[in-house]
Design a protein around this ligand. Structure first.
Ligand SMILES: NC(=O)c1ccc[n+]([C@@H]2O[C@H](COP(=O)([O-])OP(=O)(O)OC[C@H]3O[C@@H](n4cnc5c(N)ncnc54)[C@H](OP(=O)(O)O)[C@@H]3O)[C@@H](O)[C@H]2O)c1
Length: 305
């Protein structure tokens, strides 16, 4: 299945984005910020090279998420948000990190903080707005043997304390699970009454393995060396470059690429954007509703809707 392209002179107006300061998100932010008629507001923990307006946001702190969302709502006044791009992500070689709110950090940054941003900014989304959430094919057992076969949000949020530090595979599993959560969050939004009534376009974007970003910075040396070797043979494997993955994210955010009817999962495979089925687990409504409900409680929202 291939993407369709919208008219070039139908620009979005205001786009709010996370993860625009590094890697493929930085490429996307630069593209978006220089698109005529587009105002890009970046939530970030440091300044950006792009022409975007940057507002402080630390996804390891739910208080920072709330301040960011309130600030955006206040500054935009009557202006609606035409695009929301939830791209920031992190990965650790273990599950030993905790945020100040007490959550395992991979789950907190990749899923919970983004869920809270989505919920807080939902009322500001314009009719016909586009929401792009960056996921990963590591969520799917078809492409990753360590992908989750079941989902227990409470266990992801508060893994039992181990006597010895946990290892690389635990960290990678936590990452894959957090990306499953992102896919379920996208489905939860897409199937909501509000999304249907306001005709949102919702995309869960998998850039595929993209070597050359900062995502693997915390990995142990052996894993980074293996990744470096994969980078050397990239031309043969036809992995997307950082520029290609970022450009595709920008095209999705700007509505230059829109999903075929009934599709939501945009997957960059061998440098081609495809719209396959995500994992079987991510298509289970009970799992999706359970995560939506649990995330609302964990993020301190009074109502799951
Ligand atoms: N690279 C891949 O192979 C791959 C594959 C599939 C999916 N993805 C997904 O693609 C997205 C972008 O990843 P990338 O590879 O481009 O990685 P990256 O270069 O590490 O970029 C991650 C972005 O997230 C931001 N971020 C991380 N923690 C944050 C925090 N606590 N508060 C605020 N911002 C934070 C980073 O900000 P700083 O600049 O401050 O660090 C950066 O802008 C992620 O969602 C990742 O899971 C990547």
């Amino acid at each position: 299945m291939h993407a369709s392209y919208r008219d070039e002179d139908d620009p979005l107006k205001t786009i709010v984005m996370t993860g625009g300061t590094s890697g493929l998100g930085e490429v996307a932010a630069r593209q978006i910020a220089r698109t005529p008629g587009v105002r890009l507001v970046l939530g970030a923990r440091r300044g950006s090279q792009s022409a975007a307006e940057t507002r402080p946001l630390d996804l390891t702190r739910l208080a920072s998420v709330r301040e960011f969302a309130q600030g955006v709502i206040h500054e935009l006044g009557d202006t609606s948000i035409d695009g929301l791009v939830l791209n920031a992500g992190t990965q650790f070689p273990n599950i030993d990190q905790r945020t100040e709110d007490g959550f395992e950090t991979t789950f907190a940054v990749n899923h919970l903080a983004h869920y809270l941003i989505l919920r807080l900014l939902l009322p500001k989304l314009a009719r016909g707005a586009t929401v792009v959430i960056t996921t990963s094919d590591t969520h799917d057992p078809k492409t990753n043997p360590m992908a989750p076969k079941e989902l227990d949000p409470e266990l992801l949020a508060h893994p039992p304390v181990q006597r010895r530090p946990t290892g690389f595979s635990a960290g990678f599993r936590a990452y894959a699970s957090s990306k499953l959560c992102d896919l379920l969050m996208a489905r939860g939004l897409a199937t909501s009454e509000e999304a249907k009534a306001k005709r949102f376009t919702v995309v869960a974007y998998n850039p595929g393995l993209t070597i050359g970003t900062s995502l693997f910075r915390a990995w142990p040396l052996w894993a980074r060396l293996a990744m470096g070797t994969a980078g050397l043979i990239r031309p043969m494997t036809r992995l997307a470059t950082v520029d290609q993955a970022g450009q595709t994210l920008a095209d999705l955010a700007l509505g230059r690429i829109t999903p075929p009817a009934g599709r939501l999962y945009a997957s960059l495979v061998k440098r081609q954007l495809t719209w396959p089925d995500p994992s079987a687990l991510s298509r289970e409504d009970e799992v999706m509703n359970g995560l939506w409900h649990d995330s609302a409680r964990m993020a301190g929202l009074s109502s799951p809707a």
